[in-house]
Structure formats: C-alpha cells, structure tokens
Design a protein around this ligand. Structure first.
Ligand SMILES: *[C@@H]1O[C@H](CO)[C@@H](O)[C@H](O)[C@H]1NC(C)=O
Ligand SMILES: *[C@@H]1O[C@H](CO)[C@@H](O)[C@H](O)[C@H]1NC(C)=O
Ligand SMILES: *[C@@H]1O[C@H](CO)[C@@H](O)[C@H](O)[C@H]1NC(C)=O
Ligand SMILES: *[C@@H]1O[C@H](CO)[C@@H](O)[C@H](O)[C@H]1NC(C)=O
Ligand SMILES: *[C@@H]1O[C@H](CO)[C@@H](O)[C@H](O)[C@H]1NC(C)=O
Ligand SMILES: *[C@@H]1O[C@H](CO)[C@@H](O)[C@H](O)[C@H]1NC(C)=O
Length: 598
C-alpha cells in the first residue's frame, strides 16, 4: 500500500473521486469541442476542463486501462453507463449490500480448489429406457423420412430398413436444397459424414448397435469445435478460424454413433440471427427471421434438414429460435452438458441443448450428451431420473397467467394436478443481473477483440460492440454484488417452487428467460399450435407458431420432459411441417447456392 503513493499513479489516485464524479455526473465536459457547447451548464462540482495533458474523459478511461476508445465511443459509453449500469448497481446494492460483513448473500460463483477433476469423475453408465416402436416401416418418399423422429429413424436403422449412409444422403440433399432459402449452413461436413455413416453401417453389420443415435445425422451450432472444419462463431472476424479441438459434446455424439452433416449458423458471436454470411430465416414464414442465436440448429431441424441439432443458450438462444421456428427445444439444467471446445459468453450461464422433433427425442439426445466433462469446471454428472418412467399423475404443475390453456387442459386430462401459479420473487433487477453477468464475462473473453478495434467489423454495431464497451465501466465490486443478488433470486425462486413440481408459461417472456438462465433451471419449449401471419398474401401456408414452456427445478429435467411427452402423446402440433416450398413471387431468395468447400 505504501509503495502505491510513491508511484506516478499518485496523481490519478488523488483525482479518482473527481474523475468518477465526472464520469457519472449528468452533464459532460468532454473534449474541447464539447466544452464550448456546454458552457451554459457549468457546475462547480464537475471536473476541471483539463487534467494535465489529457482531456478529462481520456484521463478517466486511462484509469480503466482503456485508452483505446475514440471520442465518440467514450461519449456513448458514458451515456450508456449512466442509463444502464448505474440503475442496476443501485438496485443490487439495495438488495444485498446495505449490511456490512458479508454474512448474508454469498456470491453464487464458487471457488473449487480440486486439481485433477478427471481422476474423480465416475463415468455415467445408466441410460434411459427408450420406448421401442417396432412397427415402424420405411416411408416411400424421402420427405416423409426427413420428418421422422430420431426414435423412428433409429428403428429403421436398427431393423436395417435404411442405412446410415442413405439417411445421410437424404439430409445432405435437403440441406443443400433449402439452404438458399433459409441460410442455415456455415459448413457442410460431407466427407466426415460419409466416414461416420459408413462406420455406423459397418458396426451394425457386425452386430454392434450403439443405441438410438446409431447412424443418425445431426448438425452442430458453429460455436462448437470440430477438427479440420471451420469454427466461425458466425462472425466476420473469425470466419476463417479452424480450431483443432474436439468439443466434448461432439465426442459424446460420436461415441453414440451419430453422424455430423453440417456446422449450422450461430448468430455472430452467439447473438441474434445475423451472421457473416447472411441472416437465417424462419421456415414457417420465410419473410421473417429465425431469431437466435441458435438460428441454424432451430431452423434446419424445423425444416426437416436434420433430425436434430445441438444449440446453446446463455440468455434465450435456445428458447427464442425454438419458439419462432416451432420446434421442440430443451435448455437443460446448467452444468448438464460439458462445454469444452465451445465458444464461451459466460461460464455461469452458457448451456448446450438439443432441438428435436419431439420431447422424447430431446430425452434421447440429452441422455447421450450429459455427464461430467473433466475440463469444464461447471459440468457435473447430474443424476437424472428416467423421464420415460415418470408417473405424471403424481405431479402438481403450476400454470402462469400466460400459459397456453390447451396444454393445461391436456395435462389435466392425463391426470396431472394443475394449479394456478405465480413466481413471487422480490428481486427487481433480474434483467440487470443478467446483463452484468453476461456482458462482463463476454468482455473478459473478447477483451483483445475490443482492444484491437475488431469489434468495428461486427455485423450488428448497436449490439455486442455497444454493450461490451459499456461493460468496461462495470466495477468488479458491482459484478460481485450482482452475483450476490443472483443468489437471493435463486433462494426466492426455490421457495416459489415448493408447492409445484413444474410450471408452465410463456417461454419467450424476457424477464422469465433472464430468471431461468440466472437460476439455471431447465425448460422445454413445446409447439402448441399455429395462427395466421399478419397481412397474409392469398393462399399462403405461412403461419406464426405458438409455443409454451415447461419449467422444472434444477436436475428435474426428467419432469419437464415427461410432461412434454405426455402432451405430445395426444397432440399433433409438434408434427406439423413448415411450408418451405411455398415461395411467393415477391420472395427474394438465393437459390440454388452451391455448398462452400469444407
Ligand atoms: C451539479 O452536479 C451535481 C452532480 O450531478 C448535482 O447533484 C448538483 O445538483 C449540480 N448542481 C447544480 C447547481 O446544477
Ligand atoms: C456558470 O458559472 C458562471 C460563473 O461562475 C455563472 O455566472 C453562471 O450563472 C453559471 N451558469 C449556470 C448555468 O449555472
Ligand atoms: C469512432 O468509433 C466509431 C464507432 O466505433 C466510428 O464509427 C467512428 O468512425 C470512430 N471515429 C473516429 C474519428 O475514428
Ligand atoms: C440489458 O441490455 C440490453 C441490450 O443492451 C438492453 O436493451 C436492456 O435494456 C438492458 N437491461 C437493463 C435492465 O439494463
Ligand atoms: C411465494 O408464495 C408461496 C405461496 O404461494 C409462499 O409459500 C412463498 O413463501 C412465497 N415466496 C416468496 C419469495 O414470497
Ligand atoms: C410470449 O411473450 C412474448 C414476449 O412478451 C410475446 O411476444 C408472445 O406473443 C407471447 N406468446 C404467447 C404464446 O403468449
């Protein structure tokens, strides 16, 4: 401490309160150009116009070791910090920081001193009991095959009615055919797919059957690394990047016998649906976009271009595109699926999960990809019960005001006790806690990207670049307060859950998306119907999808899955096929497009 006052930094040290006062005061004397305009608003508590050689604002940013921003950016950051950061800091302080001593509200981010996690992990051997549908017959046309579930396709393979290679060809053809319309593929992995399909067929010929994913084609969101192919993260900056890492989730699917056919669109740096090559569309209405960021996985599964795909969610990236594209999507309990080899926004929020044609398929995929990843400190061997063995008549399920009433009725008719429900937590800064956590973590991972000005080539300038510049000014102490407030939220949600085993409600309500991700609870998004699009052209088959979310407590994914399976066992909404062949005269689409080289 003593050394500090003898360093040249002393002058900054002394000026710090003044500088911070300047940063967060309501009017600005920034660079000399602005000073002239602002002369009418002098306020004696403000900083002197110049401190030493620097303009006052530049000095302030130097204290943050962030002198790389230009004047326009600094002004924007400060405006954003005042508008967005300060209210969140104040709200969280009020929630958890009014008493000194740290006896209450510990941060949820936990330190674990364990060294070699590989030594202590027990491989998970228990698998779910899948329903067998032995009566499955191979349909006569490829389109009907393309819209079969994993469980049905698995049966076709197991009974040798189709080979994995044939199936792979069908899906590669569909990917090629519709990619020009939907813009879902970043890289085809044709060569690898042929190799893996042949291996699956050879194994089966030798009498080895690996389980329901044996020989089933699938796609991966392009934030997931696969050696020898590009892993672009959807971003212009990284569009030629090759990471020679086998992502943990890819290893798991490989071990289960699945066949990778394509790397699918991630919105740029895992946000929205805009990527370096275009913008992914919604198969149910190609005039509209898919939302993101698991844009490619959702849209291609919906359009029957893959039987399933793996996406990820930090804050809505499975829920939103699953809902928009009308497909069943599962965001599992945080920590269920290892993330080694996956681009990271936030260690305490990122989750991998499947997009499928049914909830039963989601259970099948989850079973293959769950388990402790020794190199992902947050991953755990989550002890799920078997979703296929849940007795739903023993469950009490809450429904929120915005739940789809048909789902409530169907589940009640299946013997589930349905009760009206409210999530009555008191934490009022949920969206702010999410922003702080995601933005600070993301900035830590993309520090160099921002410092070098690479963010200037980001596809949507008012999104990550703006948000991450603002994150520069979030003090570490307020990041920790956010993690303490998050802990308070978790306890309150836990309390709310006491009376129910699960609850049903709108899966895309933003506050709920933030809450669910901060707390780490699972949700399955289930299609529940279709409605007309607004201003429909004559004879259009385009529709707006309706969905609902089934939420369960952490490690109770099997409950959400079982309820979704019960609903889907007596309804057909999840079996509808989107009208991707229904191109109108005014559709500007880009067909045919030859596949990029691998
Ligand atoms: C000067 O700025 C401070 C801090 O924003 C504010 O509290 C104070 O009311 C201002 N004084 C005048 C005279 O505007
Ligand atoms: C700014 O300061 C000058 C001189 O101190 C004073 O005369 C003037 O009223 C102040 N203007 C405002 C808007 O406070
Ligand atoms: C400052 O940055 C903004 C946005 O990042 C950019 O649009 C502008 O051209 C830059 N200005 C200068 C003078 O470099
Ligand atoms: C969180 O960040 C987003 C994106 O910048 C912004 O639109 C939203 O208002 C922020 N929410 C809060 C509570 O600050
Ligand atoms: C929420 O309401 C339930 C009763 O429905 C009550 O038991 C619980 O304590 C409440 N939780 C909070 C955080 O207020
Ligand atoms: C769910 O909430 C979103 C956002 O508030 C809204 O746009 C959507 O229409 C809602 N969906 C349903 C089915 O209520």
């Amino acid at each position: 401490m003593a050394e500090r006052s003898s360093t040249p930094f002393i002058s900054y040290y002394v000026s710090l309160p003044i500088l911070l006062g300047l940063l967060f005061s309501s009017s600005w004397n920034l660079v000399s150009a602005h000073q002239k305009e602002n002369q009418g608003e002098n306020n004696s508590t403000q900083c002197p116009a110049k401190i030493g050689e620097c303009s006052s604002l530049k000095c302030a940013f130097e204290i943050f070791d962030a002198s790389f921003f230009n004047d326009t950016e600094m002004l924007e950051i400060v405006k954003g910090a005042k508008e967005f950061n300060i209210p969140i800091m104040r709200a969280n302080r009020k929630l958890v920081a009014s008493v000194n001593g740290g006896l209450q509200y510990p941060s949820v981010l936990v330190f674990n001193p364990q060294w070699d996690t590989t030594k202590h992990s027990q491989p998970n051997t228990k698998t779910f009991k899948y329903p067998s549908s032995s009566a499955v017959r191979r349909p006569s046309n490829d389109e009907d095959i393309a819209f079969m579930t994993i469980i049905e396709l698995g049966q076709l393979i197991k009974t040798k009615q189709i080979t994995s290679l044939e199936l792979t060809e069908i899906f590669l053809r569909r990917l090629n055919r519709y990619n020009g319309v939907l813009e879902v593929v970043v890289s085809y992995t044709e060569e690898l797919a042929h190799k893996q399909a042949k291996e699956a067929d050879n194994l089966l010929a030798k009498g080895v059957y690996l389980g329901p994913l044996h020989g089933i084609p699938y796609g991966l969101k392009d934030i997931i690394s696969v050696p020898k192919y590009k892993t672009t993260w959807g971003s212009t900056t990284f569009k030629n990047q090759v990471l020679n890492t086998e992502a943990w989730v890819y290893k798991r699917l490989k071990a289960a016998g699945a066949v990778l056919v394509a790397k699918l669109v991630s919105g740029s740096l895992a946000s929205v649906d805009v990527w370096f090559g275009g913008r992914t569309r919604n198969p149910w209405n190609i005039e509209e976009f898919s939302t993101g960021s698991s844009a490619g996985p959702a849209a291609s599964t919906s359009a029957g271009m893959v039987p399933f795909a793996i996406g990820s969610e930090t804050a809505g990236s499975i829920s939103f595109p699953a809902a928009r594209c009308g497909i069943t999507g599962l965001r599992p309990t945080f920590g269920t699926v290892g993330r080694t080899g996956v681009m990271s926004l936030s260690e305490s929020l990122d989750k991998l999960g499947p997009f499928c044609r049914s909830a039963a398929d989601c259970a099948v995929v989850l079973d293959a990809i769950r388990g402790k990843d020794p190199n992902d400190m947050s991953s755990r061997d989550v002890p799920f019960e078997d979703p296929f063995l849940v007795d739903i008549t023993k469950l009490t399920v809450g429904y929120l005001e915005d739940a789809e009433i048909e789902v409530v009725k169907v589940l009640a008719s299946k013997g589930v006790k349905m009760v009206p429900f409210k999530l009555n937590y008191t934490v009022d800064s949920v969206q702010g806690i999410l922003n702080f956590t995601m933005d600070v973590d993301m900035l830590a991972h993309f520090d160099q990207w921002q410092r070098s000005g690479s963010d200037h080539s980001y596809e949507v300038q008012d999104q990550w670049p703006t948000e991450l510049r603002r994150a520069r000014l979030i003090p570490a102490v307020d990041y920790v307060q956010a993690q303490r407030a998050r802990g308070k939220l978790i306890r309150e949600v836990e309390e709310s859950f006491r009376s129910v085993d699960a609850f049903i409600g709108n899966a895309t309500d933003w506050e709920r998306v933030c809450m669910g991700n901060l707390v780490g609870i699972p949700v399955i998004v289930v299609p529940t119907g279709l409605k007309p699009i607004s201003h429909p052209p004559a004879n259009t088959r385009r529709r707006t999808t309706i969905t609902t979310g089934i939420f369960a407590p952490p490690q109770r994914d099997h409950i959400a899955l079982a309820l979704a399976m019960a609903y889907q066992s007596v309804t057909n909404h999840h079996k509808q096929r989107p009208p991707i062949d229904d191109l109108g005269p005014h559709d500007i689409v880009n067909i045919p497009k030859s596949p990029p080289p691998p």
